[in-house]
Design a protein around this ligand. Structure first.
Ligand SMILES: CCCCCCCCCCCCC/C=C/C(=O)SCCNC(=O)CCNC(=O)[C@H](O)C(C)(C)COP(=O)(O)OP(=O)(O)OC[C@H]1O[C@@H](n2cnc3c(N)ncnc32)[C@H](O)[C@@H]1OP(=O)(O)O
Length: 357
C-alpha cells in the first residue's frame, strides 16, 4: 500500500511552496513532468519510518526545475509557475486530495502577496540607491585623491629634477640660489599639503591626524617663517638641503598613493615609500634644525616677531627664545613621526607577507 505524507502548500505570484511532513527524509526524489509533481522519499511520517510518496497535478503549467531542501523536520519544495499570476487552487481536480492542506505559516492572500512584492521591490530600490550613492562617493573620493597626489607629484618632481639639473650644471653655485628658483613651487605644494591634514581629520584616508599635522606644520614653519620671512636666509645652502630632502621622499610617496587609488602597487615603489624615510627623515630634521639655528641670531638682531612688553618692564620677548623651544619640539616631532612611520612600515609589510602566505 502507498503511504502519503501530509503536505502543506502556499503560493506567491511566481512560486508554489510545498512543505512535506517527513522527518529525517532520505533518498528524496522529486520532479515535475507536464504539470505533475511526483515525490518519493524515505522518512518518518504518520506511519513511522517508511517509503512515502504523492503526486500532484497542478492547475496551471509550472517550470520543470524543482528545488528542495530537507531539514530534520520536513522537506521544503519550491516550484516556479510557468506564468506569473494567482491560482484559484493548487490542483486540477476541484476536490483537493486529503493529504493536502494550506500552510498557514507562509499563507498569504493575493493582496498581501502583492504588498510583499512591493515591499521587496522598495527594499531593493533603496539598497540600489544607497549602493549607487556609495559608489558615487567612492569614485569622487578616488578622483579627488588621485588628482591631489598627481599635482603634488608633478610639483615635487619639478623641484627635484630642477635642483638636480642645476647642481650638475652650476655645481656648488646652485646651492646659493635655491630659494629664488624653487620657492614658488615649494610654497604652492606646501600650502596644498594642508589638504592632507583635512583628509586625515575627516577620515578620507586611513591615517593619524597628529603625525600629518606635525609634518605639515613643521615644514610650513621652516618654509614660511625661517626661510620666507628672513631675506638673509634666502641665499644659504641649507635651503638646498632642506628642499632636496623633502622632495626626495615625496617623489616616491605621491606616486605610491596614486597607484593606491586604483588598488594597485609597484613593489619597488612600495618598498621605497616605506624605507627611504629611514635615512631621510632624520637628515631632513637635522637640516631643518641647522636652518633654525642659523636664523636665531638674525631674529635676535632684527627683533622680527618679538613681542614687546609694557614700557615699565622695558624689554621684549624675542622670537629667538621661542626658536630654542621649537628646536626641542622638532626632535619630539621627529620621534613621534619616526614611530608612526615605523608602525606603518611594519603594518604594510606584515599584511603583505600574510597575503603572500
Ligand atoms: C601639533 C603640531 C605641532 C607642531 C610641532 C612642530 C614640530 C615639528 C617637527 C617635525 C618636523 C618634521 C618636518 C619634516 C621633515 C621632512 O619631511 S624630512 C624628509 C623626509 N620626510 C618624510 O619621510 C615624511 C614624509 N611624510 C609622510 O610620510 C606623511 O606625511 C606622514 C603623515 C608622516 C605619514 O604618512 P601616513 O599617511 O600616515 O602613512 P601612509 O602609510 O603613507 O598612509 C596611510 C594610509 O593612508 C593612505 N593615504 C595617505 N595619504 C594618502 C593620499 N594622499 N592619497 C591616497 N591615499 C593616502 C595610504 O595609502 C595608506 O592606506 P593603506 O594603503 O590602505 O594602508
Amino acid at each position: 500500500m502507498t503511504l502519503t505524507p501530509l503536505v502543506y502548500w502556499a503560493q506567491r505570484h511566481e512560486e508554489i511552496y510545498l512543505r512535506v511532513e517527513l522527518t529525517d527524509a532520505q533518498n528524496i526524489d522529486v520532479h515535475v513532468h507536464e504539470k505533475v509533481l511526483q515525490f518519493r522519499a524515505r522518512g518518518h511520517g504518520a506511519k513511522g519510518l517508511n517509503e512515502y510518496e504523492f503526486n500532484l497535478e497542478f492547475i496551471s503549467p509550472v517550470k520543470p526545475e524543482v528545488t528542495h531542501r530537507s531539514t530534520q523536520r520536513q522537506v521544503n519544495i519550491t516550484v516556479r509557475k510557468e506564468q506569473r499570476g494567482w491560482w484559484e487552487r493548487l490542483v486540477v481536480q476541484e476536490r483537493k486530495p486529503v493529504f493536502l492542506a494550506p500552510d498557514f505559516d507562509s499563507w498569504l492572500d493575493e493582496s498581501d502577496a502583492e504588498m510583499e512584492i512591493r515591499e521587496k521591490e522598495e527594499k531593493r530600490n533603496r539598497l540600489n540607491a544607497s549602493r549607487h550613492k556609495e559608489e558615487g562617493f567612492v569614485s569622487l573620493k578616488t578622483g579627488f585623491l588621485f588628482i591631489y597626489n598627481l599635482v603634488q607629484f608633478l610639483g615635487f618632481s619639478w623641484i627635484f629634477v630642477n635642483m638636480t639639473v642645476r647642481l650638475f650644471i652650476f655645481g656648488q653655485d646652485s646651492l646659493y640660489d635655491t630659494f629664488h628658483t624653487i620657492s614658488d613651487v615649494m610654497f604652492f605644494c606646501q600650502i596644498l599639503a594642508a589638504v592632507e591634514v583635512l583628509n586625515a581629520a575627516f577620515g578620507v584616508v586611513r591615517t593619524g591626524v597628529i603625525p600629518t599635522l606635525i609634518q605639515v606644520v613643521g615644514r610650513n614653519f621652516i618654509l614660511f617663517i625661517i626661510f620666507g620671512s628672513l631675506e638673509e636666509m634666502h641665499n644659504r645652502p641649507v635651503v638646498f638641503f632642506v628642499f632636496y630632502l623633502w622632495s626626495s621622499i615625496e617623489i616616491f610617496r605621491y606616486p605610491f598613493y596614486m597607484l593606491g587609488c586604483f588598488n594597485t602597487e609597484w613593489k619597488t615603489l612600495t618598498w621605497l615609500r616605506y624605507t627611504i624615510w629611514i635615512p631621510l627623515y632624520p637628515l631632513g630634521v637635522i637640516a631643518e634644525a641647522v636652518a633654525v639655528i642659523q636664523s636665531i641670531p638674525i631674529f635676535h638682531e632684527t627683533k622680527l616677531f618679538s613681542i614687546p612688553l609694557p614700557k615699565a618692564i622695558g624689554t621684549s620677548i624675542g622670537f629667538s627664545y621661542f626658536l630654542h623651544i621649537y628646536l626641542v619640539l622638532m626632535f619630539l616631532g621627529l620621534f613621534i613621526n619616526f614611530r608612526h612611520l615605523y608602525k606603518q612600515r611594519k603594518r604594510r609589510f606584515r599584511t603583505k607577507k600574510r597575503k603572500a602566505n
